[in-house]
Design a protein around this ligand. Structure first.
Ligand code: GDP
Length: 437
Protein backbone atom coordinates (compact mmCIF):
# COMPACT_ATOMS: atom_id res chain seq x y z
CA UNK A 1 0.00 0.00 0.00
CA UNK A 2 1.20 3.43 -0.79
CA UNK A 3 -0.30 6.87 -0.40
CA UNK A 4 1.01 8.31 -3.62
CA UNK A 5 -1.67 8.33 -6.26
CA UNK A 6 -1.23 5.91 -9.12
CA UNK A 7 0.96 3.48 -7.22
CA UNK A 8 -1.66 0.99 -6.14
CA UNK A 9 -4.47 2.17 -8.35
CA UNK A 10 -3.87 -0.39 -10.99
CA UNK A 11 -3.53 -3.36 -8.73
CA UNK A 12 -7.03 -4.75 -9.03
CA UNK A 13 -6.57 -8.16 -7.56
CA UNK A 14 -4.20 -10.35 -5.68
CA UNK A 15 -4.05 -13.94 -4.61
CA UNK A 16 -4.11 -14.24 -0.86
CA UNK A 17 -3.41 -17.16 1.39
CA UNK A 18 -4.56 -17.50 4.97
CA UNK A 19 -4.20 -20.66 7.04
CA UNK A 20 -3.81 -22.77 3.94
CA UNK A 21 -6.86 -21.40 2.22
CA UNK A 22 -6.19 -19.38 -0.90
CA UNK A 23 -8.56 -16.93 -2.46
CA UNK A 24 -8.59 -13.98 -4.81
CA UNK A 25 -9.07 -10.51 -3.41
CA UNK A 26 -10.57 -7.98 -5.74
CA UNK A 27 -10.21 -4.31 -4.95
CA UNK A 28 -13.24 -2.64 -6.45
CA UNK A 29 -11.88 0.85 -5.99
CA UNK A 30 -14.78 2.11 -3.96
CA UNK A 31 -18.50 2.48 -4.28
CA UNK A 32 -18.59 6.15 -3.52
CA UNK A 33 -18.91 8.52 -6.42
CA UNK A 34 -15.66 10.17 -7.36
CA UNK A 35 -17.44 13.05 -8.94
CA UNK A 36 -20.66 14.74 -7.99
CA UNK A 37 -22.38 13.88 -11.25
CA UNK A 38 -22.38 10.20 -10.49
CA UNK A 39 -25.96 9.47 -9.58
CA UNK A 40 -27.10 6.81 -7.10
CA UNK A 41 -28.22 4.42 -9.83
CA UNK A 42 -24.62 4.24 -11.01
CA UNK A 43 -23.48 3.39 -7.51
CA UNK A 44 -26.03 0.62 -7.46
CA UNK A 45 -24.71 -0.66 -10.76
CA UNK A 46 -21.18 -0.73 -9.41
CA UNK A 47 -22.33 -2.50 -6.29
CA UNK A 48 -24.14 -5.07 -8.41
CA UNK A 49 -20.99 -5.97 -10.26
CA UNK A 50 -19.08 -6.29 -7.01
CA UNK A 51 -21.79 -8.51 -5.58
CA UNK A 52 -22.00 -10.70 -8.67
CA UNK A 53 -18.28 -11.29 -8.65
CA UNK A 54 -17.81 -12.15 -5.02
CA UNK A 55 -18.23 -15.09 -2.68
CA UNK A 56 -17.67 -12.88 0.35
CA UNK A 57 -17.96 -9.13 0.44
CA UNK A 58 -15.91 -6.95 2.77
CA UNK A 59 -17.31 -3.48 3.23
CA UNK A 60 -14.49 -1.17 4.26
CA UNK A 61 -15.46 1.93 6.20
CA UNK A 62 -13.38 4.64 7.83
CA UNK A 63 -13.53 5.25 11.60
CA UNK A 64 -11.96 8.67 11.21
CA UNK A 65 -14.75 10.01 9.01
CA UNK A 66 -17.31 8.04 11.00
CA UNK A 67 -20.35 6.35 9.54
CA UNK A 68 -21.54 8.14 6.40
CA UNK A 69 -24.82 8.19 4.53
CA UNK A 70 -23.28 6.26 1.69
CA UNK A 71 -22.05 3.58 4.13
CA UNK A 72 -25.69 3.12 5.05
CA UNK A 73 -26.87 2.95 1.44
CA UNK A 74 -24.20 0.48 0.46
CA UNK A 75 -24.77 -1.67 3.57
CA UNK A 76 -28.47 -1.85 2.75
CA UNK A 77 -27.71 -2.89 -0.82
CA UNK A 78 -25.22 -5.51 0.26
CA UNK A 79 -27.64 -6.92 2.84
CA UNK A 80 -30.24 -7.43 0.14
CA UNK A 81 -27.79 -9.39 -1.99
CA UNK A 82 -27.94 -12.38 0.33
CA UNK A 83 -24.17 -12.78 0.07
CA UNK A 84 -22.05 -12.94 3.21
CA UNK A 85 -20.94 -9.44 4.15
CA UNK A 86 -18.20 -8.57 6.63
CA UNK A 87 -17.84 -5.08 8.00
CA UNK A 88 -14.32 -3.75 8.31
CA UNK A 89 -13.87 -0.48 10.17
CA UNK A 90 -10.50 0.75 9.03
CA UNK A 91 -8.01 3.22 10.49
CA UNK A 92 -8.51 2.02 14.07
CA UNK A 93 -4.86 2.78 14.67
CA UNK A 94 -4.91 3.08 18.48
CA UNK A 95 -4.97 -0.36 20.03
CA UNK A 96 -6.72 -0.58 23.37
CA UNK A 97 -8.10 2.90 23.04
CA UNK A 98 -11.03 2.46 20.75
CA UNK A 99 -12.30 5.45 18.87
CA UNK A 100 -15.85 6.08 20.20
CA UNK A 101 -17.09 6.40 16.63
CA UNK A 102 -16.33 2.73 16.15
CA UNK A 103 -19.48 1.65 17.99
CA UNK A 104 -21.66 3.62 15.64
CA UNK A 105 -20.92 1.10 12.91
CA UNK A 106 -23.02 -1.55 14.68
CA UNK A 107 -25.97 0.42 13.32
CA UNK A 108 -25.25 -0.75 9.80
CA UNK A 109 -26.83 -4.08 10.66
CA UNK A 110 -23.93 -6.09 9.31
CA UNK A 111 -23.12 -7.73 12.60
CA UNK A 112 -19.99 -7.26 14.64
CA UNK A 113 -17.60 -4.83 12.96
CA UNK A 114 -13.94 -5.73 12.66
CA UNK A 115 -11.67 -2.99 13.96
CA UNK A 116 -8.72 -2.92 11.62
CA UNK A 117 -5.69 -0.78 11.04
CA UNK A 118 -4.54 -1.51 7.51
CA UNK A 119 -1.43 0.54 8.01
CA UNK A 120 -0.30 -1.26 11.16
CA UNK A 121 -1.94 -4.59 10.44
CA UNK A 122 -3.96 -4.68 13.68
CA UNK A 123 -7.12 -6.72 13.47
CA UNK A 124 -6.45 -8.08 10.00
CA UNK A 125 -6.01 -11.61 11.35
CA UNK A 126 -9.52 -11.72 12.79
CA UNK A 127 -10.95 -10.36 9.57
CA UNK A 128 -9.06 -12.96 7.52
CA UNK A 129 -10.30 -15.71 9.84
CA UNK A 130 -13.84 -14.57 9.22
CA UNK A 131 -13.27 -14.46 5.45
CA UNK A 132 -11.88 -17.98 5.26
CA UNK A 133 -14.58 -19.32 7.62
CA UNK A 134 -17.19 -17.92 5.33
CA UNK A 135 -15.51 -19.39 2.25
CA UNK A 136 -15.16 -22.78 3.93
CA UNK A 137 -18.82 -22.75 4.86
CA UNK A 138 -19.75 -22.20 1.22
CA UNK A 139 -17.47 -24.72 -0.44
CA UNK A 140 -15.00 -27.14 1.04
CA UNK A 141 -12.40 -25.78 -1.40
CA UNK A 142 -11.48 -27.56 -4.64
CA UNK A 143 -14.38 -30.06 -4.73
CA UNK A 144 -16.68 -27.55 -6.31
CA UNK A 145 -15.03 -27.54 -9.70
CA UNK A 146 -14.87 -31.26 -10.23
CA UNK A 147 -18.55 -31.55 -9.39
CA UNK A 148 -19.35 -28.90 -11.92
CA UNK A 149 -17.42 -30.54 -14.72
CA UNK A 150 -19.21 -33.84 -14.06
CA UNK A 151 -22.55 -32.23 -14.32
CA UNK A 152 -22.13 -29.95 -17.33
CA UNK A 153 -19.80 -30.73 -20.18
CA UNK A 154 -20.75 -27.66 -22.16
CA UNK A 155 -17.69 -25.54 -22.83
CA UNK A 156 -17.91 -22.09 -21.25
CA UNK A 157 -16.26 -19.33 -23.21
CA UNK A 158 -15.79 -15.83 -21.79
CA UNK A 159 -15.41 -13.06 -24.32
CA UNK A 160 -13.40 -10.29 -22.74
CA UNK A 161 -11.68 -7.21 -24.05
CA UNK A 162 -11.80 -3.48 -24.28
CA UNK A 163 -15.05 -1.61 -24.84
CA UNK A 164 -15.85 -1.48 -28.57
CA UNK A 165 -13.56 -4.32 -29.50
CA UNK A 166 -16.64 -6.09 -30.86
CA UNK A 167 -17.71 -8.49 -28.12
CA UNK A 168 -21.45 -7.98 -28.53
CA UNK A 169 -21.13 -8.04 -32.29
CA UNK A 170 -19.48 -11.43 -32.06
CA UNK A 171 -22.16 -12.86 -29.80
CA UNK A 172 -24.87 -11.49 -32.07
CA UNK A 173 -23.15 -12.90 -35.11
CA UNK A 174 -22.83 -16.35 -33.60
CA UNK A 175 -26.37 -16.39 -32.32
CA UNK A 176 -27.87 -14.82 -35.43
CA UNK A 177 -25.98 -16.86 -37.97
CA UNK A 178 -26.96 -20.15 -36.53
CA UNK A 179 -30.43 -18.95 -35.62
CA UNK A 180 -30.15 -21.32 -32.75
CA UNK A 181 -29.94 -19.51 -29.48
CA UNK A 182 -31.17 -22.28 -27.29
CA UNK A 183 -32.04 -20.02 -24.43
CA UNK A 184 -30.90 -17.17 -22.34
CA UNK A 185 -30.31 -18.84 -19.05
CA UNK A 186 -32.72 -17.19 -16.70
CA UNK A 187 -32.52 -17.19 -12.96
CA UNK A 188 -29.70 -15.86 -10.91
CA UNK A 189 -28.15 -12.53 -11.78
CA UNK A 190 -24.84 -14.33 -11.96
CA UNK A 191 -25.84 -16.02 -15.16
CA UNK A 192 -27.72 -13.13 -16.64
CA UNK A 193 -25.11 -12.60 -19.32
CA UNK A 194 -24.76 -16.23 -20.29
CA UNK A 195 -26.04 -17.34 -23.66
CA UNK A 196 -26.17 -20.89 -24.93
CA UNK A 197 -25.34 -21.15 -28.63
CA UNK A 198 -24.91 -23.99 -31.05
CA UNK A 199 -21.98 -24.31 -33.35
CA UNK A 200 -21.29 -27.26 -35.61
CA UNK A 201 -23.82 -29.38 -33.73
CA UNK A 202 -22.27 -28.62 -30.36
CA UNK A 203 -23.46 -26.40 -27.56
CA UNK A 204 -21.38 -23.68 -25.96
CA UNK A 205 -22.06 -21.19 -23.20
CA UNK A 206 -20.91 -17.70 -24.09
CA UNK A 207 -20.21 -15.41 -21.15
CA UNK A 208 -20.50 -11.92 -22.53
CA UNK A 209 -19.04 -9.01 -20.61
CA UNK A 210 -20.19 -6.20 -22.86
CA UNK A 211 -22.79 -4.94 -20.39
CA UNK A 212 -21.03 -1.87 -19.09
CA UNK A 213 -19.45 -0.56 -22.21
CA UNK A 214 -21.41 2.61 -22.80
CA UNK A 215 -20.98 3.98 -19.32
CA UNK A 216 -17.36 3.02 -19.07
CA UNK A 217 -16.50 5.91 -21.30
CA UNK A 218 -17.98 8.34 -18.82
CA UNK A 219 -16.37 7.37 -15.61
CA UNK A 220 -13.05 5.87 -14.80
CA UNK A 221 -14.41 4.15 -11.74
CA UNK A 222 -16.96 2.29 -13.80
CA UNK A 223 -14.27 1.37 -16.30
CA UNK A 224 -12.63 -0.34 -13.38
CA UNK A 225 -15.82 -2.26 -12.77
CA UNK A 226 -15.89 -3.50 -16.32
CA UNK A 227 -12.48 -5.00 -15.63
CA UNK A 228 -13.73 -6.53 -12.38
CA UNK A 229 -16.63 -8.02 -14.29
CA UNK A 230 -14.25 -9.40 -16.92
CA UNK A 231 -12.17 -11.02 -14.17
CA UNK A 232 -15.21 -12.72 -12.74
CA UNK A 233 -16.22 -13.90 -16.23
CA UNK A 234 -12.76 -15.40 -16.66
CA UNK A 235 -13.15 -17.16 -13.31
CA UNK A 236 -16.34 -18.85 -14.41
CA UNK A 237 -15.14 -19.76 -17.90
CA UNK A 238 -13.21 -22.70 -19.28
CA UNK A 239 -11.67 -20.61 -22.02
CA UNK A 240 -11.06 -16.86 -22.20
CA UNK A 241 -11.24 -15.24 -25.59
CA UNK A 242 -9.24 -12.02 -25.37
CA UNK A 243 -10.68 -9.77 -27.99
CA UNK A 244 -8.40 -7.16 -29.52
CA UNK A 245 -9.61 -4.41 -31.78
CA UNK A 246 -7.26 -4.75 -34.76
CA UNK A 247 -7.45 -1.05 -35.48
CA UNK A 248 -6.57 -0.03 -31.93
CA UNK A 249 -4.03 -2.71 -31.17
CA UNK A 250 -2.91 -3.90 -27.78
CA UNK A 251 -3.92 -2.09 -24.57
CA UNK A 252 -3.01 -2.25 -20.89
CA UNK A 253 -6.50 -3.42 -20.04
CA UNK A 254 -6.06 -6.43 -22.33
CA UNK A 255 -2.86 -7.45 -20.62
CA UNK A 256 -4.43 -7.02 -17.18
CA UNK A 257 -7.23 -9.40 -18.00
CA UNK A 258 -4.94 -11.78 -19.88
CA UNK A 259 -2.50 -11.72 -16.96
CA UNK A 260 -5.29 -12.73 -14.64
CA UNK A 261 -6.36 -15.60 -16.93
CA UNK A 262 -2.73 -16.71 -17.07
CA UNK A 263 -2.37 -16.68 -13.27
CA UNK A 264 -5.53 -18.74 -13.01
CA UNK A 265 -4.20 -21.24 -15.55
CA UNK A 266 -7.11 -20.76 -17.94
CA UNK A 267 -6.95 -21.53 -21.62
CA UNK A 268 -6.87 -18.39 -23.72
CA UNK A 269 -7.39 -17.55 -27.34
CA UNK A 270 -6.37 -14.13 -28.60
CA UNK A 271 -8.88 -13.00 -31.19
CA UNK A 272 -7.92 -10.03 -33.31
CA UNK A 273 -11.23 -8.61 -34.46
CA UNK A 274 -12.25 -6.29 -37.32
CA UNK A 275 -9.80 -7.97 -39.69
CA UNK A 276 -12.17 -7.01 -42.49
CA UNK A 277 -10.77 -3.50 -42.02
CA UNK A 278 -7.29 -4.59 -43.08
CA UNK A 279 -6.77 -1.67 -45.48
CA UNK A 280 -7.50 0.70 -42.60
CA UNK A 281 -5.32 -1.24 -40.20
CA UNK A 282 -2.34 -0.97 -42.46
CA UNK A 283 -0.24 1.95 -41.34
CA UNK A 284 -2.42 2.54 -38.33
CA UNK A 285 -0.66 3.65 -35.22
CA UNK A 286 -0.12 0.71 -32.99
CA UNK A 287 0.13 1.52 -29.33
CA UNK A 288 2.59 -0.37 -27.25
CA UNK A 289 2.89 -0.03 -23.54
CA UNK A 290 6.53 0.54 -22.95
CA UNK A 291 7.69 1.77 -26.29
CA UNK A 292 5.26 4.58 -26.93
CA UNK A 293 3.77 4.84 -30.37
CA UNK A 294 5.02 2.85 -33.28
CA UNK A 295 3.88 3.16 -36.79
CA UNK A 296 2.46 -0.17 -37.59
CA UNK A 297 3.95 -1.26 -40.89
CA UNK A 298 1.95 -4.10 -42.26
CA UNK A 299 2.20 -5.70 -45.63
CA UNK A 300 -0.76 -5.43 -47.94
CA UNK A 301 -1.29 -9.16 -48.20
CA UNK A 302 -3.50 -10.62 -45.53
CA UNK A 303 -1.34 -13.64 -44.72
CA UNK A 304 1.79 -11.61 -44.30
CA UNK A 305 0.02 -8.87 -42.41
CA UNK A 306 -1.30 -11.50 -40.01
CA UNK A 307 2.18 -12.81 -39.32
CA UNK A 308 3.46 -9.33 -38.71
CA UNK A 309 0.57 -8.42 -36.47
CA UNK A 310 0.90 -11.67 -34.54
CA UNK A 311 4.60 -11.07 -33.98
CA UNK A 312 3.89 -7.67 -32.50
CA UNK A 313 1.20 -8.98 -30.20
CA UNK A 314 3.34 -11.90 -29.12
CA UNK A 315 5.80 -9.40 -27.69
CA UNK A 316 3.00 -7.79 -25.67
CA UNK A 317 1.58 -11.12 -24.54
CA UNK A 318 4.99 -12.71 -24.04
CA UNK A 319 3.91 -14.10 -20.66
CA UNK A 320 1.44 -16.39 -22.44
CA UNK A 321 3.32 -17.60 -25.50
CA UNK A 322 1.06 -20.67 -25.57
CA UNK A 323 -2.05 -18.66 -26.45
CA UNK A 324 -3.11 -19.16 -30.08
CA UNK A 325 -4.11 -16.23 -32.29
CA UNK A 326 -7.00 -15.97 -34.70
CA UNK A 327 -7.87 -13.07 -36.98
CA UNK A 328 -11.60 -12.70 -37.19
CA UNK A 329 -14.37 -10.40 -38.26
CA UNK A 330 -17.44 -10.31 -36.09
CA UNK A 331 -19.02 -8.37 -38.90
CA UNK A 332 -18.52 -10.81 -41.77
CA UNK A 333 -18.15 -13.95 -39.70
CA UNK A 334 -14.68 -14.63 -41.06
CA UNK A 335 -12.82 -17.38 -39.17
CA UNK A 336 -15.32 -17.58 -36.32
CA UNK A 337 -15.33 -21.36 -36.90
CA UNK A 338 -11.60 -21.36 -36.38
CA UNK A 339 -12.10 -19.44 -33.12
CA UNK A 340 -14.36 -22.19 -31.80
CA UNK A 341 -11.98 -24.89 -32.96
CA UNK A 342 -9.13 -23.22 -31.11
CA UNK A 343 -11.23 -22.73 -28.00
CA UNK A 344 -12.03 -26.44 -27.96
CA UNK A 345 -8.47 -27.44 -28.66
CA UNK A 346 -6.99 -25.27 -25.90
CA UNK A 347 -9.50 -26.61 -23.42
CA UNK A 348 -8.84 -30.22 -24.39
CA UNK A 349 -5.16 -29.57 -23.77
CA UNK A 350 -5.95 -27.78 -20.51
CA UNK A 351 -7.84 -30.88 -19.30
CA UNK A 352 -5.15 -33.38 -20.26
CA UNK A 353 -4.06 -36.01 -17.78
CA UNK A 354 -0.82 -37.88 -18.37
CA UNK A 355 0.12 -41.11 -16.66
CA UNK A 356 3.04 -41.17 -14.26
CA UNK A 357 4.86 -43.86 -16.26
CA UNK A 358 4.95 -41.80 -19.43
CA UNK A 359 5.98 -38.69 -17.52
CA UNK A 360 8.91 -40.43 -15.88
CA UNK A 361 10.05 -41.91 -19.19
CA UNK A 362 10.11 -38.37 -20.50
CA UNK A 363 11.98 -37.10 -17.44
CA UNK A 364 14.65 -39.77 -17.90
CA UNK A 365 15.00 -38.86 -21.55
CA UNK A 366 15.09 -35.10 -20.94
CA UNK A 367 17.65 -35.24 -18.12
CA UNK A 368 19.86 -37.55 -20.20
CA UNK A 369 19.75 -35.19 -23.15
CA UNK A 370 20.50 -32.02 -21.21
CA UNK A 371 22.11 -32.49 -17.82
CA UNK A 372 20.46 -30.68 -14.92
CA UNK A 373 22.46 -27.68 -13.67
CA UNK A 374 24.99 -27.85 -10.90
CA UNK A 375 26.27 -25.27 -8.47
CA UNK A 376 29.66 -25.40 -6.71
CA UNK A 377 30.03 -29.07 -7.38
CA UNK A 378 26.51 -29.99 -6.31
CA UNK A 379 24.33 -31.24 -9.11
CA UNK A 380 20.58 -30.89 -9.28
CA UNK A 381 18.88 -34.26 -9.37
CA UNK A 382 15.34 -34.79 -10.53
CA UNK A 383 13.92 -37.99 -9.06
CA UNK A 384 10.34 -38.23 -10.05
CA UNK A 385 7.52 -36.41 -11.77
CA UNK A 386 3.78 -36.78 -11.46
CA UNK A 387 0.74 -34.84 -12.59
CA UNK A 388 -1.07 -33.43 -9.58
CA UNK A 389 -4.07 -31.94 -11.36
CA UNK A 390 -5.58 -30.76 -14.62
CA UNK A 391 -7.04 -27.39 -15.64
CA UNK A 392 -4.29 -26.37 -15.93
CA UNK A 393 -2.04 -29.43 -16.18
CA UNK A 394 0.11 -29.19 -13.05
CA UNK A 395 3.22 -31.30 -12.59
CA UNK A 396 5.08 -31.88 -9.38
CA UNK A 397 8.77 -32.58 -9.83
CA UNK A 398 10.72 -34.02 -6.90
CA UNK A 399 14.33 -32.91 -6.72
CA UNK A 400 17.24 -32.98 -4.27
CA UNK A 401 17.44 -29.20 -3.83
CA UNK A 402 15.01 -26.57 -5.06
CA UNK A 403 17.69 -23.89 -5.32
CA UNK A 404 19.55 -26.02 -7.83
CA UNK A 405 16.47 -26.58 -9.98
CA UNK A 406 16.88 -23.26 -11.78
CA UNK A 407 14.06 -21.55 -13.53
CA UNK A 408 15.71 -22.04 -16.91
CA UNK A 409 15.86 -25.79 -16.37
CA UNK A 410 12.24 -25.81 -15.20
CA UNK A 411 11.47 -24.07 -18.47
CA UNK A 412 13.36 -26.75 -20.35
CA UNK A 413 11.38 -29.52 -18.62
CA UNK A 414 8.17 -27.63 -19.31
CA UNK A 415 9.01 -27.38 -23.00
CA UNK A 416 9.86 -31.06 -23.16
CA UNK A 417 6.45 -31.89 -21.68
CA UNK A 418 4.73 -29.57 -24.12
CA UNK A 419 6.48 -31.17 -27.06
CA UNK A 420 6.09 -34.77 -25.99
CA UNK A 421 2.40 -34.58 -25.10
CA UNK A 422 1.14 -32.01 -27.58
CA UNK A 423 0.48 -29.27 -25.03
CA UNK A 424 1.46 -26.27 -27.10
CA UNK A 425 -1.70 -24.18 -26.51
CA UNK A 426 -2.34 -24.34 -22.78
CA UNK A 427 -0.71 -22.93 -19.66
CA UNK A 428 0.99 -25.62 -17.62
CA UNK A 429 2.51 -25.45 -14.18
CA UNK A 430 5.65 -27.03 -12.82
CA UNK A 431 5.91 -27.29 -9.05
CA UNK A 432 9.32 -28.27 -7.70
CA UNK A 433 9.39 -30.21 -4.42
CA UNK A 434 12.36 -31.21 -2.38
CA UNK A 435 12.79 -34.79 -1.30
CA UNK A 436 15.55 -36.66 0.45
CA UNK A 437 17.18 -39.26 -1.74
P1 GDP B 1 -18.23 -4.28 -27.52
O1 GDP B 1 -18.20 -3.03 -26.74
O2 GDP B 1 -16.92 -5.01 -27.36
O3 GDP B 1 -19.38 -5.17 -27.27
O4 GDP B 1 -18.23 -3.83 -29.07
P2 GDP B 1 -19.46 -3.79 -30.11
O5 GDP B 1 -19.82 -5.19 -30.51
O6 GDP B 1 -20.53 -2.94 -29.62
O7 GDP B 1 -18.72 -3.13 -31.38
C1 GDP B 1 -18.23 -1.81 -31.35
C2 GDP B 1 -18.22 -1.23 -32.75
O8 GDP B 1 -17.35 -1.96 -33.60
C3 GDP B 1 -19.58 -1.31 -33.42
O9 GDP B 1 -19.76 -0.12 -34.16
C4 GDP B 1 -19.47 -2.51 -34.35
O10 GDP B 1 -20.32 -2.40 -35.47
C5 GDP B 1 -18.02 -2.47 -34.76
N1 GDP B 1 -17.50 -3.81 -35.06
C6 GDP B 1 -17.52 -4.89 -34.25
N2 GDP B 1 -16.92 -5.95 -34.85
C7 GDP B 1 -16.53 -5.53 -36.08
C8 GDP B 1 -15.85 -6.17 -37.18
O11 GDP B 1 -15.48 -7.34 -37.18
N3 GDP B 1 -15.60 -5.39 -38.27
C9 GDP B 1 -15.99 -4.08 -38.35
N4 GDP B 1 -15.69 -3.43 -39.46
N5 GDP B 1 -16.61 -3.46 -37.33
C10 GDP B 1 -16.89 -4.16 -36.21
Amino acid sequence: MDDSPGVTRDRLYGTADWNGRSFTLIDTGGLEPLSKDLIPSKIREQAKVAIESADVIVLVTDVQTGMTASDKDVAALLLKSGKPVLLCVNKCDNVGNQNPDFYEFYNLGLGEPFAVSSVHGHGTGDLLDAITESLDAQSPDSDEESEESEESKILKIAIVGKPNSGKSSLVNKIAGEERAIVSDIAGTTRDALDTVVQRGGEEFVIIDTAGLRKKSKINENIERYSVVRALSAVDRADVAVIMIDAVEGFSEQDSKIAGYAHEKGKSCVIAVNKWDLLPDIINQKYETTARGHNVYNLSGKSDKAMDEYRNKLMADFSFMSYAPYVFISAKTGQRIDKLFELAKETYTQNSTRIGTGRLNDLLAYATARVQPPSDRGKRCKLYYITQASANPPTFVVFCNKIDLFHFSYQRYIENQIREAFGLDKTPIKIIPRERKE
